[in-house]
Each structure stands twice: as structure tokens, then as C-alpha cells.
Design a protein around this ligand. Structure first.
Ligand SMILES: Cc1ncc(COP(=O)(O)O)c(C=O)c1O
Length: 427
């Protein structure tokens, strides 16, 4: 029996009863023939729980999922089934959603600098909402898709975030926005509203208040120019780590919305990515090799080589942001003594270092370690450098989520929910 006949990454596996993701990882390892193959388990119930929580604590904001964060089709299907819409960066992503019969009205094309061929594609498929932040983009849209519903992206950066986007995208809300709106008016284009992105992994909640105030100011200037706008997109940026509660941020968003947008004729949307998926995915890696070294003060240090890489799920290791610390999947593989450890990736690249100087118990070849909180900008950034193939990600749901989604259209026509197989596997 090969690994594919045990589990299929296309299917959504229903796990009955109480479980932790790592129980599922253990079960897969125990049923797996190809022992040094990297894999992840993505719990779609966690994704749904996060969608429902935001609906409860930030009720005025309609949710869109930023697909670039993790484009796994089962995430999209489950989110579509519970009522989440989608933000796309390219027509490749849009095409995948249209193929799932997700309505084009549920998609916003939020890349401010789009290839001509992609504007032609969305014009053909009538995906109406798209973002711009420059004159050139307005001229392009005027030529190809003049009746598109346009959203002006402006810049408002958090004082601290994991990844700042403002240097690249978003016009100046005071100096550039009125000029762009005037040009849009001259070209007889249809600007419906504004968007911003404060930066990924935002660490300054107050920035949402500042940005929403700027949005109000732009709405007011737009009215003078002749646009009656009714669309506000508050972008992404909410952290997704399991230890972070977003309630303090939603309190600020809710309060700014009632101050600056008290009227209910403005449609307000968000386009979070990592908030939904970071905590949902646990990766299981295997120790491929190990080398002991002595440093200058004669402390023993251990170098490990694992089957993941900065070219696979750990691009974050190159970006000076928090990288989850691994722990052994099976307790019996761990001694109690801790050693200073370095974790190297599996490619031949010298910068392929995932962790340096972390404390770990001594591990051996073929021991398994897990990294939690690995669902965001991990599989979506993977390359096949050095001949590695993409990480196998198995998706699971609990019974509650299964009951919520099973009768939705997206699963009725072509269901990939596999209860029977899972009973065999996981119970
Ligand atoms: C336009 C846009 N929207 C949403 C997102 C998702 O951001 P996050 O994962 O921080 O929520 C991004 C991320 O780059 C983005 O560029």
C-alpha cells in the first residue's frame, strides 16, 4: 500500500470525536510508508471557527479571504460554504474560484498593478471589483474594462508589522488621492470606494483607526469630485498565531467605523489572510541528518538537517519575523536534557537555515518534529528548488464543521468529504 492509497490531499477528512492536530499527525506517521516525506495537517474547523468569531465580534465587516496566503482548494471550498468571499492577486487565483462555481460577485481583484491580459480576463468574466493606485492603471482600465467597479488603494502603515506593504502599494491619501479621483472622473470611470492594507502581522492596532479616518476624508473629497462612494475595504493585517486574540483590534475597528461611517449604506469588507490559516496548520518534519559540534566555549551544539526548507515552508526564516519552535512529535524520542540546536533546511543552499541556537532535546535520524502555526505564507511560497516536490497537506474537519458544510452546493455536486475513509484511518 503506498502513501496515496492511505490518504488523499484532495479530500477533506472528517475526524470524529475530540482530537488535537498532533494526534492526527501521529496517526498519519504511523500509517505512512514513506517515512521521510514532509507533510502538514490543516484543520479547516479552526479556519471556520475564526470566520465565525469575526462575524460575531466585528459584525459590520463582510469577510473576504486573501487567497495568496494559502490557496489550498479545500480552504477555499470550506470558506465559500460558510459564506466568506475572496480577495485575489491574479487571474490564476480567480480562475480557480470560478472553476469551483464561486460567483464572480464574491471576488475582489486587489492587485493595484495588473497585467493587461488579466484585466482582459476579468472583463470577459465580469469580475467587476478591482483596485488601483496610479494613473497608468486608470488608463489601462479605461481602455479594457471601463465599467469596472474601482477601489482606490491608499497608504496607511502600522508603526510595527511583520511585513510592510506601504512602500510598494497605496497612494498618498492626501496628496495623490484627489488627483487620481479627478482623473477617474475625466475618464468617466466608476470609483465605488477605497481600500488600504496596514501591513501583514500588524502590531499596532490603533492604525486601523487612523486609516478609517483617512478613508472618510477621501469619501468626502470624492463627493466633491462627483463620486458617491459606498465601499470600504479595510484590507488584511490581523495576526493569526494561536496565542493572539484579535478582540482588541476589532474593538478599534468597530469604534472607528461608528465614528467615521455611522451610516449603514456603506459596504465594509476585510481581506484577511493569515488570521484564518496560521494556527490551522501543523507541519511534520523528519530529522534527515545530524552533526555535533563544539563552539568556542566548548558547549556542545547539535546541527540538524530536516526535510523542510526556507525554500519550502520557511521563507519567514529569511524575513526576520517570528518562526515557530519545533517540538518532538513522539515523547519517547525526546531526552530531557536540552542542547543548543541549529536547524538546517534540506536544500544545498547555504542560507537555508530555519533556526539557530534554539534549545531542543537530543533527536535522532528519522525522529519527527512538529511546527505549529504554519498555515500562512508557507505552502503558498514553496519552490521546487533542488528537486523537492510540494508539501503534502491533509485537510481535516471536526463533526460540527462537517454538519455545517455538508449540504452546501459546493459539496453537493462534487463532494470530497470522506467520512468512511477517515473512520478507518483516524479512529
Ligand atoms: C491586497 C492584500 N490583501 C490582503 C492581504 C492579506 O494580508 P494578511 O495575511 O496580512 O491578512 C495581502 C497580503 O499581502 C494583500 O496584499
Amino acid at each position: 500500500m503506498d502513501s496515496e492509497s492511505l490518504l488523499n490531499t484532495n479530500e477533506i477528512n472528517i475526524v470524529r470525536g475530540k482530537y488535537q492536530i498532533e494526534d492526527v499527525c501521529r496517526k498519519i506517521v504511523n500509517n505512512y510508508r514513506n517515512m521521510d516525506e514532509l507533510f502538514g495537517v490543516m484543520d479547516l474547523s479552526e479556519v471556520v471557527r475564526r470566520f465565525l468569531r469575526l462575524k460575531e465580534i466585528m459584525p459590520r465587516v463582510e469577510q473576504f479571504y486573501a487567497m495568496k496566503c494559502n490557496p489550498n482548494e479545500n480552504i477555499c471550498k470550506v470558506l465559500a460554504a460558510v459564506g466568506c468571499n475572496f480577495e485575489c492577486a491574479s487571474t490564476h487565483e480567480i480562475n480557480r474560484l470560478l472553476n469551483l462555481n464561486i460567483d464572480q460577485d464574491r471576488i475582489i481583484f486587489a492587485n493595484p498593478s495588473k497585467p493587461v491580459s488579466q484585466v482582459e480576463y476579468v472583463a470577459k468574466h465580469q469580475v467587476m471589483k478591482m483596485v488601483f493606485d496610479s494613473e497608468m492603471e486608470l488608463h489601462k482600465i479605461h481602455e479594457i474594462f471601463p465599467n469596472a467597479e474601482l477601489v482606490l488603494r491608499f497608504r496607511c502603515d502600522a508603526k510595527k508589522a511583520d511585513f510592510m506593504l506601504g512602500e510598494k502599494y497605496g497612494c498618498n491619501p492626501v496628496l495623490d488621492a484627489p488627483r487620481l479621483l479627478k482623473l477617474a472622473k475625466e475618464l468617466q470611470l466608476n470609483v465605488i470606494g477605497v481600500s488600504f492594507h496596514v501591513g501583514c502581522g500588524c502590531k499596532e492596532p490603533e492604525v486601523y483607526g487612523r486609516a478609517i479616518k483617512f478613508a472618510r476624508d477621501i469619501f468626502n473629497s470624492a463627493l466633491e469630485i462627483g463620486f458617491s462612494m459606498n465601499f470600504l475595504d479595510i484590507g488584511g493585517g490581523f495576526p493569526g498565531h494561536s496565542s493572539v486574540d484579535v478582540k482588541p483590534i476589532t474593538d478599534i475597528v468597530n469604534s472607528a467605523l461608528s465614528t467615521y461611517f455611522p451610516e449603514d449604506n456603506v459596504r465594509i469588507i476585510s481581506e484577511f489572510g493569515q488570521y484564518y490559516v496560521t494556527a490551522a496548520c501543523t507541519l511534520t518534519s523528519c530529522i534527515l541528518g545530524k552533526r555535533k559540534i563544539q563552539d568556542e566555549i566548548t558547549t556542545e551544539k547539535i546541527m540538524y538537517f530536516i526535510n523542510d526548507s526556507v525554500m519550502r515552508n520557511f521563507i519567514i526564516s529569511l524575513c526576520d519575523v517570528y518562526v515557530p519552535t519545533p517540538r518532538p512529535l513522539f515523547l519517547n524520542s525526546a531526552s530531557t536534557k536540552q542542547y543548543k540546536s541549529t536547524i538546517w533546511g534540506c536544500t544545498m543552499e547555504s542560507k537555508d537555515k530555519i533556526h539557530d541556537n534554539i534549545l531542543l532535546p537530543e533527536l535522532n535520524c528519522a525522529d519527527y518534529i512538529i511546527f505549529e502555526n504554519m498555515g500562512a505564507y508557507s505552502q503558498s511560497c514553496e519552490s521546487i528548488f533542488c528537486g523537492y516536490s510540494k508539501t503534502l497537506v491533509y485537510t481535516i474537519v471536526d463533526e460540527f464543521t462537517y454538519e455545517m458544510i455538508k449540504n452546501h452546493e459546493i459539496f453537493k455536486t462534487n463532494s470530497n468529504l470522506v467520512e468512511f475513509k477517515l473512520n478507518n484511518l483516524f479512529n
